[in-house]
Write a protein that binds this ligand. Structure first.
Ligand SMILES: Nc1ncnc2c1ncn2[C@@H]1O[C@H](COP(=O)(O)OP(=O)(O)OP(=O)(O)O)[C@@H](O)[C@H]1O
Ligand SMILES: [Mg+2]
Length: 496
């Protein structure tokens, strides 16, 4: 470069001087050219960025549509909030896209057991809400790295809609998408079972296992009308956010399931959890050390859960003991049980729910008669459900479940026998199970076997009835007026 400069400059001088001055000038020009190039580069870079932004803005202002992004990972530290919105959009779109998008991908969304079908990267689907048409697409972009992190890919759902509908879309439509999406996430998520029994002192909840009980209302043996009434009540409760807010009551509901062993109380709880997609918190009252510990446990039950207290009659302190507690005798009280009835009542009353979801409390008992009336009243146990011996309607459901038989000539005889003898759905199921999956002939064998069992039961019940009648009639020693035998005697034996 130095050698050709004099030629360009047309400079002449003595060879010695010339050489020195030429070199100095050359260096100055070279330096200025470097500066110029750098400046040019700087200008280009910045102008380019500026121009690009300017052009983008220009196009944006001319674009009649608005775009909103729902990013998978937050770059602003908002973390799970962003993800929640992204997952809600994803699940909402999964219902829309199956018929529209040419390419789908199966995604596993956090907390959801089954994969959901979503649009693939670069694909889009349209949606319509109150007459407004919107477009969704899944976009993947490469984000440049900086001094703190390397380059990475970001994914987002882009929602595009005409500017003039901004108010409807940002207000009503997005609320609709979030609510629907979150409801799908909630309905499909893996249910969990917690209990206080596996902790050392019973004062804490422990995760026991994923809850995969197959029970459904559809297969629960019970009269159709009663079953539908329970389903309606549960749905009304679980969707009652506005209602509970309006009347100013905590979003909770108490159920009491009572009936003999084997009539389906626990099975119904499982069906309830599956219907509502609620986790189960199984409380073993006798393992709780004090009223204060009970309160702690209750306060830790999240919304959208079922608190289950099984065999509440077997916690003797909880039954008709309130009066006894009030009478004092502190030492004896301490020796008995740790949680008192009033402690339990206070906890149930104090179980509040923020407006983000409901809490269901389900008690079961085999002996409803021994429970304190304070526990049974509305507000604590709002709905009492009697689980009874198997009637003909319930039998038909079991025959369909176990044998796949909906009609049979032996049904008439079974209907007659079920009216006269008490058999639990558990026992009916036990007699039908042998024929399950073995075809119609085997089904008939099972029905015949069930008839024999029912006839035997009928005979036994007849003998029992006669012997009780004989006892009632028989005068007691030294007492000629024939007092009646106390039928309830020993009723609560198994709980003592
Ligand atoms: N109503 C019913 N519908 C369908 N299956 C039932 C029903 N009742 C009982 N069963 C069957 O009998 C078995 C026992 O029922 P479950 O444990 O629900 O009775 P339970 O009322 O909770 O008894 P317990 O009072 O002894 O706890 C269940 O596994 C289920 O298969
Ligand atoms: Mg049970």
């Amino acid at each position: 470069m130095v050698n050709i400069l004099p030629f360009f400059m047309g400079h002449r001088g003595s060879p010695g001087q010339e050489g020195v001055s030429q070199m100095g000038l050359g260096m100055a020009i070279a330096a200025s050219m470097v500066v110029l190039t750098r400046f040019q580069q700087f200008l280009l870079n910045h102008l380019h960025g500026y121009l690009e932004r300017f052009i983008r803005k220009l196009f944006k202002s001319m674009d009649p549509n608005v775009q909103i992004r729902f990013t998978e990972d937050s770059t602003d530290g908002s973390g799970p909030r962003n993800y929640e919105a992204y997952a809600a959009v994803e699940t909402y779109l999964s219902a829309k896209c199956s018929g529209q998008a040419p390419s789908l991908k199966a995604n596993s969304v956090r907390d959801i057991g089954n994969p959901v079908l979503c649009v693939d990267v670069g694909e889009g689907v349209s949606d319509e809400f109150n007459g407004v048409k919107v477009w969704w697409s899944l976009v993947e972009e490469e984000e440049k790295g900086n001094a703190y992190r390397g380059a990475r890919k970001t994914r987002y759902y882009a929602l595009k809609f005409p500017k003039r509908y901004r108010e409807t879309v940002v207000g009503e439509y997005l609320r609709h998408v979030m609510e629907e999406g979150k409801a799908v996430v909630a309905m499909n998520r893996q249910l969990k079972l917690y209990s206080n029994t596996s902790s050392d002192d019973g004062d804490y909840w422990n995760y026991i296992m994923d809850f995969n009980h197959p029970a459904k209302f559809e297969t629960l043996a019970m009269e159709k009308e009663r079953k539908q009434d329970i389903i309606d009540d549960l749905i009304r409760f679980s969707t009652g956010r506005e209602y509970y807010r309006r009347i100013g009551k905590p979003w909770k509901r108490g159920y009491l399931l009572h009936g003999p062993p084997g009539t389906g109380k626990s099975t119904m709880i499982a069906a309830m959890a599956n219907l509502l997609s609620y986790d189960i918190y199984d409380l073993e009252l006798t393992a709780v050390r004090s009223n204060a510990a009970l309160k702690r446990l209750m306060n830790r039950i999240p919304c959208n859960s079922i608190l289950v207290i099984e065999d509440i009659d077997c916690s003797s302190e909880i039954t008709n003991q309130r009066e006894k507690n009030n009478q004092g005798d502190e030492g004896a009280r301490k020796k008995r049980e740790k949680v008192t009835l009033s402690g339990l009542l206070n906890c149930i009353d104090g179980l509040f729910s923020a407006n983000d979801g409901g809490r269901l409390i389900v008690f079961t008992t085999n002996h409803v008669g021994v429970l304190d009336l304070a526990l049974l009243r509305t507000g604590r146990m709002d709905k009492h459900i009697e689980m009874s011996y198997c009637g003909f309607e319930a039998f038909r459901i079991l025959a369909k479940n176990y044998l796949g038989i909906e009609e049979h000539e032996l049904f008439g005889r079974i209907e007659e026998l079920l009216k006269e003898s008490s058999i639990t759905p558990a026992d009916v199921g036990e007699n039908l199970i042998a024929g399950s999956g073995k075809g119609e002939d085997c089904g008939e064998d099972c029905l015949n076997k069930l008839i024999q069992v029912l006839e035997k039961k009928q005979r036994e019940e007849e003998v029992n009835k006669l012997s009780i009648q004989a006892l009632v009639k028989k005068p007691r020693d030294g007492d000629g007026d024939g007092d009646e035998v106390e039928a309830e005697e020993g009723e609560n034996e198994e709980c003592k």
